[in-house]
Each structure stands twice: as structure tokens, then as C-alpha cells.
Design a protein around this ligand. Structure first.
Ligand code: PMP
Length: 307
């Protein structure tokens, strides 16, 4: 199914019709995946738009550029005003995904960062639930390993790195599963192909530590804060495959997936049938961050009034 995007995007420091925003066939971003991107959710509520943790996503994007050695001129203030203008121009009629990204127009026929001046672009795509919130996910361990930070930066959402996710997700979907779980180079379970993981094992909450081969997920940071505020203890310890098969609950967290629970992994049921208590707690808390008035965490929401 062809993905539709909203009619206007931000490209070359201007708002332009999306079909006019084109990169050369020879751009290094096209040829070598030399991009960094962000993925942010926007929610349409009562005539206004609520964007979740815009500044944190912008900071992670800038940090990705720093890891790569790229220079980004845009400040958060100018980025936020461009995004505000873009949202108002598009007038989304439902929830959407906001995809800011860094690109180069360099046409150098070699994979090296010739021009460190990367530009920022952004577009919007309609996005409701990626996975049905009431259904548990059917997961599998991918035969592709998550790349180690010794080979590629795990803390940057660099375009080229996502070939790893694409291979894993495609194999999982072809085999009839919803998503793939990734083992690292040592065989520990680190994340899903596009989401972080939380494992409940013998009543304890386990999360891989940030220093492992994981993306420093903004949804996961949110989960950690919600868990800490409710006095729940988190163990940052390596998680192995048989712990996952034996888990009471397995949760996926990420901007696209939001908070979802696993029904099974490799056809082995996870915990009791249906949604477990931690999934219920985190899904409800997470939904309240967007929907509850007054907003429980206004510092995480950029509210844009649609004129
Ligand atoms: N891991 C990977 C590999 C991802 O692509 C994503 C999605 N950005 C996540 C984890 C979750 O991160 P976030 O909560 O910031 O979307």
C-alpha cells in the first residue's frame, strides 16, 4: 500500500508543495543512506495539535548529527517555528507522524562526508494506530543481529542503519509475525526492529541499559519516568532469550508502536493471555499524557492552535 504524505513539507528552509521537494538521483543521502531522521507523533485534539516531546526529538536529531560530524545551523527556536508553520499549512485532519530529517545535496561518488553542512527537512504523514492496542503482538527473534556500536552508531537514527531493521522486519512479516526482536552481537536481547523493550520477569522490570546496542528511545525515557514516579524499581541488566520466552510480560515502546504488549514470541505464549498489569498501567498513563486536561506533563507537549 502506497503511503500518503500531507501536501506541504519543509525543504531548503521553506514550506513547499511536497511533490516539489526533490533530491538529486546522485545525492549521497540517496546513494549511501547518509541521513539522520526523527520520528515524532502529532495528535489532533479539539481543533488543536499536540506534538509529543518535540524538543527531545530535535535534540536527539542534533546529537545524531554530532556523532556523524555534521554541522546543523538550525536552532530549536527556528525549527519549532518552521514545524508550527508546516502543521498549520497542512491542517492535518487526524493524528499524524512528523518526520524531520537531515540530508546532503552532495553528489560525491564516494561514501564519505564530503560536505559537513547538512540541511533539515520535514514532512507529515497520516498515522493512526500502527498496531491494534487491544491485541497482543506475535513476535519472533530475527536471524539478523542488531549491529554493534563498534560498527555503526546506535544512538543516531541514521538512514543507512535502518537496513538492519528493514531486513529483520521483512523476514518477520513474511513469516507471519508482527515484529522482530533483535539479539546483539553477544546474543542478548536488546530491542525490537523499531522499538525498545521492557521485560517483566519474576515480578521484576528489566530494561536493557542505554550503553547497550539500543536507540535511546524517547518513549522509553517517558516510560522510565512514569515507572519511577510510581515508585516501581527498574533493573538495567542484560536480558537473554530464555528470559524473554519465560517472561510474565513483554512490552514494546516507541513513537510509531506507542506501548504494546507481546502475545507470543516464536509461538511461545508470553505470560497469561491478554494484557498484563504493567502494559495496562503504562498504556493508560501514556494515553493520559496526550488526552488528560489539564495536561499532566505540559512540558512534553507542543500545542499548536489551528486557526
Ligand atoms: N529502537 C529503534 C531501532 C527505533 O527505530 C525506535 C524508533 N525511533 C525506537 C527504538 C524507539 O524510539 P522512540 O521511542 O524515540 O521512538
Amino acid at each position: 500500500m502506497e503511503q500518503t504524505i500531507l501536501p506541504y513539507c519543509y525543504f531548503n528552509k521553506q514550506i513547499v508543495p511536497s511533490e516539489n521537494a526533490t533530491l538529486s538521483i546522485a545525492s549521497q543521502s540517496v546513494q549511501y543512506g547518509m541521513t539522520c531522521f526523527a520520528g515524532i507523533r502529532g495528535y489532533k485534539r479539539e481543533g488543536s495539535i499536540r506534538i509529543f516531546r518535540l524538543e527531545d526529538h530535535f535534540n536527539r536529531l542534533k546529537n545524531g548529527a554530532k556523532i556523524m560530524g555534521w554541522k546543523i545551523e538550525e536552532s530549536y527556536t527556528s525549527f519549532k517555528s518552521a514545524i508550527t508553520e508546516l502543521v498549520i499549512k497542512n491542517r492535518p485532519d487526524g493524528d499524524f507522524y512528523l518526520r524531520p530529517f537531515l540530508y546532503t545535496t552532495s553528489k560525491a561518488v564516494a561514501p564519505y562526508f564530503v560536505d559537513p553542512h547538512y540541511q533539515i527537512g520535514a514532512y507529515l504523514a497520516p498515522l493512526g494506530h500502527y498496531f491494534d492496542p487491544s491485541q497482543g503482538l506475535k513476535l519472533t527473534f530475527s536471524s539478523w543481529r542488531k549491529f554493534s556500536d563498534a560498527s555503526l552508531p546506535t544512538k543516531a537514527k541514521a538512514g543507512g542503519c535502518y537496513i538492519n531493521s528493514a531486513l529483520a522486519t521483512t523476514d518477520a512479516k513474511k513469516a507471519g509475525f508482527d515484529e522482530a526482536l533483535m539479539l546483539d552481537q553477544q546474543g542478548y536481547v536488546v530491542e525490537a526492529s523499531i522499538a525498545n523493550i521492557i521485560v517483566v520477569y519474576r515480578d521484576k522490570i528489566f530494561i536493557p541499559s542505554v550503553g547497550e546496542a539500543v536507540l535511546d528511545g524517547i518513549t522509553m525515557r517517558t516510560m522510565v519516568q512514569l515507572l519511577k514516579e510510581s515508585g516501581k524499581e527498574i533493573l538495567y541488566q542484560p536480558i537473554d532469550r530464555s528470559m524473554v520466552y519465560s517472561a510474565d510480560e513483554l512490552l514494546l515502546t516507541g513513537t510509531v508502536v506507542q506501548v504494546r504488549f507481546a502475545d507470543s514470541v516464536d509461538h511461545r505464549p508470553i505470560g497469561k493471555p491478554g494484557r498484563g498489569p504493567l502494559a495496562a498501567f503504562l498504556q493508560e498513563k501514556f494515553a493520559s499524557l496526550i488526552d488528560q486536561k489539564p495536561l499532566p506533563k505540559p512540558e512534553w507537549i507542543t500545542e499548536i492552535e489551528l486557526p
